[in-house]
Design a binder for this molecule. Sequence first.
Ligand SMILES: C[C@@]1(CC(=O)O)C2=NC(=C\c3[nH]c(c(CCC(=O)O)c3CC(=O)O)Cc3[nH]c(c(CC(=O)O)c3CCC(=O)O)/C=C3\N/C(=C\2)[C@@H](CCC(=O)O)[C@]3(C)CC(=O)O)/[C@H]1CCC(=O)O
Ligand SMILES: NC(=O)c1ccc[n+]([C@@H]2O[C@H](COP(=O)([O-])OP(=O)(O)OC[C@H]3O[C@@H](n4cnc5c(N)ncnc54)[C@H](O)[C@@H]3O)[C@@H](O)[C@H]2O)c1
Length: 199
Amino acid sequence: MYPIMVNLENKQVVIIGGGKVATQKTEKLLQQKAKIVVISPEITDKLNTYAVNGEIEWVKRPFKEGDTENAFLVIAATNEHHVNEQVKDGCLDNQLINVVDSPIDSNFFNMAYLDHGMLKIAISTEGASPLLAKQIKQDIMSFLDDSYDDYLLFLQKARQKIKTNVLDEKRKLFLLHELLQDRFRKNEVERELFLENLF
Ligand SMILES: C[C@@]1(CC(=O)O)C2=NC(=C\c3[nH]c(c(CCC(=O)O)c3CC(=O)O)Cc3[nH]c(c(CC(=O)O)c3CCC(=O)O)/C=C3\N/C(=C\2)[C@@H](CCC(=O)O)[C@]3(C)CC(=O)O)/[C@H]1CCC(=O)O
Ligand SMILES: NC(=O)c1ccc[n+]([C@@H]2O[C@H](COP(=O)([O-])OP(=O)(O)OC[C@H]3O[C@@H](n4cnc5c(N)ncnc54)[C@H](O)[C@@H]3O)[C@@H](O)[C@H]2O)c1
């Protein structure tokens, strides 16, 4: 399995089923600004609120063939295994499909992840133990703090400046490594001084 970051903004995501798992997946996908369609005869109160607010589209009926035709990404999340299999069988090879009760029928898994501004840390156990993925996420969370958010903005800015202005490759690499010193993460004044004195 090959981990990548996917931009889901305005991409159509079709979720079949509207229970607890569908709700959990929807919450995370909404943060990615995906266009979510939930197809299910019944949905949770939370999903209903999203539908009423126009944040998702709810198609109130059971799954039928052709429902996933225009989807970029599909999640089969009913509590009926045979329905989830039908959903998977209706997908094309080039569609992303996650079957929540059958890893072997999925061509991608969701990962436990931390999101600190531009810093993303994702963990996968390839389905062996979602709980271990969650525990490792919590362990990492305990030593990460908000300082990384501003620090990464600084790193991005400094790196662009160095890339455009420093032609000597050795000096460029030296400066890029310099930026990783902890004092820059912890201290805004150090960051400003570095940028001011760069050229
Ligand atoms: C990332 C996250 C969800 C997300 O955000 O999407 C996620 N599972 C999470 C939590 C979680 N899931 C389950 C429990 C209860 C404890 C337990 O059963 O162990 C808990 C714990 C909890 O909820 O606290 C039950 C469960 N999960 C799957 C099955 C089916 C099966 O194993 O066959 C069953 C059994 C259903 C049953 O038996 O009834 C399958 C998958 N779950 C995955 C992802 C993929 C592999 C991830 C990996 O291994 O790294 C994969 C393969 C497919 C997928 O869903 O993509 C989230 C991470 C935590 C976080 O982020 O905090
Ligand atoms: N992958 C994961 O992270 C994970 C985690 C926990 C559980 N699971 C598994 O996910 C499955 C769903 O669990 P849940 O707790 O959300 O179940 P649930 O009972 O809360 O919800 C099931 C939903 O499916 C809908 N549904 C049933 N038949 C349908 C059909 N023909 N067409 C469309 N929708 C239909 C129901 O209306 C309901 O909204 C279970 O098999 C469970 O074992 C997966």
